[in-house]
Design a protein around this ligand. Structure first.
Ligand code: AMP
Length: 382
């Protein structure tokens, strides 16, 4: 199947080509025609499935045909749990908008940064990608009206609910017009997601791609583990980065403290690194991610929390400097590499204390990971 079989207009097909997408992913094959036909959609899918393009492309197609929205009356609302996801999704919309007949403006708004620049930027926005709290702040400030929203997208709805946004979501729903199209995306169909589904969706087209994608993705990732003593972990990581010619690597640690310490050590040894964790300001997190994504930063050191939902294209290496506690987090971490069909390598550093836990992780994942020794590495000078 080709993108041109999905009913998309030429300017969008041109932008897709420029992104180097060869063919539509399963979720796109199903979601794009359904959304273009005006149906509600329930998508059980995770980051990495290609869901963003699955809703961005048909929305842009619908909106380019329409009249420009009234000032400060947005036409589509994409609600997301985190700032990083908001920025990422807005970038996808903007990337696909370049050749449209009529410019359709997409903006991301999120908390943790000053509200004034966002109020100014709202002018002319038709598609708004927002975290719930900041969206309500903007509504309360009269900077924005939701009464003409035609399409509502809830992305990572399960996470939004897990993060405690339920009250905000309900307040937002009450501000929307009754007649609209609803698209709900979630990695799981937990009870609270089912409740939202029952409340919002009319006769939805149900699309589920979760299992298939996860498995395929794991198969693409080369996993190895090195036995290493705790005191050799730092030098061995630096050795790996240099010896394996890692141009870029995402390194996971178990705590904010470890992240900060590791970054200091890496920088001291001439490897440019930045940390991303919950204690960093939003500005610092966005900047670290931007530098990493644009290839200006070689090593990004992150905690699990900070990494959720982050999509970094074609990342070749992920290192588990500290093992995560849960097998789920392990799979999630290594899934940062080998995204969207590209091969990647995940390397775990295993101390004697980690051995037992690592066995459990492998068992839960249903895959055995090759164990290598780090003893042969001459760490002198690293
Ligand atoms: P998402 O699940 O929307 O976060 O997308 C995951 C990744 O897949 C992103 O890096 C997209 O750029 C990429 N992607 C989405 N659709 C396609 C496609 N049809 N072909 C190749 N890459 C894609």
């Amino acid at each position: 199947m080709d993108f041109s079989d999905l009913g998309l207009a030429a300017p969008l097909l041109r932008a897709i080509k420029e992104q180097d997408y060869q063919e539509p992913f399963p979720i796109q094959q199903q979601a794009i025609p359904a959304i273009l036909a005006g149906s509600d959609v329930l998508g059980i899918a995770q980051t990495g499935s290609g869901k963003t393009a699955g809703f961005a492309l048909p929305l842009l197609q619908q909106f380019q045909e329409k009249q420009l929205a009234r000032k400060r009356y947005i036409k589509a609302l994409v609600l997301v749990p985190t700032r990083e996801l908001a920025l990422q999704i807005a970038t996808v919309f903007q990337g696909f908008s370049t050749h449209l007949k009529r410019r359709v403006k997409t903006l991301a708004v999120y908390g943790g940064v000053s509200i004034n620049p966002q109020m100014m930027a709202l002018s002319g926005t038709e598609i708004l990608v927002a975290t719930p709290g900041r969206l309500l702040d903007l509504v309360d400030n009269n900077a924005l009206h939701l009464s003409e929203v035609e399409v509502l997208v809830l992305d990572e709805a399960d996470k939004m609910l897990n993060m405690g946004f339920e009250d905000e979501m309900r307040r937002i729903f009450a501000l929307l017009p009754k007649k609209r199209q609803n698209l709900l995306f979630s990695a799981t169909l937990a009870e609270d997601v089912k409740a939202i589904k029952a409340k919002l969706l009319r006769d939805p087209v149900v699309i589920s791609v979760e299992a298939q994608q996860e498995e395929n993705q794991l198969d693409l990732i080369k996993q190895v583990a090195y036995r290493v003593s705790p005191e050799r972990k730092g030098p061995f990581l630096r050795y790996l980065i240099r010896n394996e010619n890692m141009e870029q690597v995402l390194v996971f640690v178990s705590s904010i403290r470890n992240a900060n310490n590791l970054v200091i050590k890496l920088n001291k040894n001439g490897l440019e690194a930045m940390a991303m964790h919950g204690d960093k300001s939003q500005g610092a997190r966005t900047e670290a991610l931007r530098r990493f994504k644009t290839g200006k930063l070689r090593v990004l050191v992150a905690t699990d929390l900070a990494s959720r939902g982050i999509d970094i294209k074609f990342l070749p290496f992920v290192v588990n400097y500290d093992l995560p506690r849960s097998p789920k987090d392990y799979v999630h971490r290594i899934g940062r590499t080998g995204r969207a069909g590209a091969a990647g390598e995940a390397i775990s550093l295993i101390t004697p204390e980690d051995e037992h836990h690592f066995k459990i992780i492998q068992k839960k994942m249903g895959k055995k990971v090759e164990m290598l020794t780090s003893d042969d590495a001459d760490l002198q000078g690293f």
